[in-house]
Design a protein around this ligand. Structure first.
Ligand SMILES: [Zn+2]
Length: 203
């Protein structure tokens, strides 16, 4: 199993290739690789990312079949099923790196900011469950000067929301806490830029 820092390096390098337009993986994996991962998987990183169609983890990190264990949900929020998915992969496959990947101009963040400023009537309960998870990390920002600058506000909100998800994973699970303390599990936040294709890691 790849140690966390080597896994992080592999993601960084993959993203450099993607952003530079020199991807090494194509959409069709080789039959040999398909055979290999058909027997067993050994993903070197877990990525909790947003469902946004423009931020597919395998593509922006230039990785192939069997490389990443990916959980995608609007707003890269952390609810029990996301924690469970991370626990499952980290415990079952020994994967040592978890990346929470937010992105610029995230629709879930925008929708939450709009909802706080102008609540919708009869909002779907299911949609509310996403907005309500984003809300605590962005609400405070609306009380600062940032409220006059929508672009800056969204940027800060995206990073705050990633930070909350990272903290939740670090401290909201005994299994993960134990893996962090004794097995070298690393959980980091990151932000993908739609404009440049580059991923900035926070830690
Ligand atoms: Zn998004």
């Amino acid at each position: 199993m790849l140690p966390a820092h080597e896994a992080l390096e592999r993601l960084r390098e993959g993203n450099y290739r993607f952003a530079a337009g020199t991807r090494s993986h194509n959409a069709d994996p080789s039959a040999a690789r398909q055979d290999e991962v058909g027997k067993e998987q050994d993903p070197f990183a877990i990525v909790l990312g947003c469902s946004d169609s423009r931020v597919p983890a395998e593509i922006v990190f230039d990785q192939g079949l069997g490389d990443l264990f990916v959980i995608r949900v609007a707003g890269n929020i952390v609810a029990p099923s996301q924690v469970g998915s991370v626990e499952f992969a980290a415990a079952r496959f020994g994967t040592r790196l978890v990346v929470v990947l937010g992105h610029s101009e995230c629709g879930a963040i925008l929708a939450t900011l709009e909802e706080i400023q102008q609540p919708t009537e009869n909002q779907s309960r299911n949609l509310s469950s996403i907005v309500d998870r984003v809300r605590p990390s962005v609400e405070g920002l609306l009380k600062t000067e940032l409220r006059h600058d929508m672009d800056a506000l969204v940027g800060h909100a995206v990073r705050a929301n990633v930070g909350v998800s990272v903290n939740h994973l670090r401290h909201g699970s005994e299994i993960l806490e134990n893996l962090i303390q004794h097995e070298g599990l690393l959980i980091v936040g990151a932000e993908y830029s739609l404009a440049t294709g580059e991923v900035a890691f926070f830690d």
